[in-house]
Design a binder for this molecule. Sequence first.
Ligand SMILES: [Zn+2]
Length: 185
Amino acid sequence: MSANTFPAQIEPFKWAEQGFTWSGNLPLSRFARIAREAVGSIDDQLVNIDCKLSMDAYHRIVWLDGHIETKVPMECQRCLGSVEIDLVSDFHLALVDDESLIERLDEDADFIVLGESEATTKGDYDSPATANLLSLIEDELLLLLPLSPKHDACEHKHQPAIQNIAEEKRDNPFDVLASLKGKLN
Ligand SMILES: [Zn+2]
């Protein structure tokens, strides 16, 4: 594998021991769930990614640390023009293969239990635990997407109909995501 090929599928425990790191950029179009929220062409948009895996062997926890950065053109909810939304995230995410291990994490730690998210599978003796790194990163980006993107200052050209407001409330794709990504409290 060339040094700069992005590995969509990772084996967190094995790769953490090997000190996996990756830096580079990917086209925004590879992040289908983000691309769906974009307006206009995103052909030239890139997502800058720095990430690494490290192992806390004693606690049986793999840490996925990363910095991601991109811009997504979205529809301004005030003027209906295109507004470029900056998405920047530094994440520190624990990957555990057993729910009981989350007790060992700090209270405010973000974690993923392998096998409970669509992006991950839990391993057994025959098949190692794997995670889809692209999906994990996309989850982080999705959490940053504003529900109601707007320019900082622009002309109001559009009175939202009551129907639209109701729709915005119902159609919240982030609820599911938030429930997958746990937070201890
Ligand atoms: Zn606007």
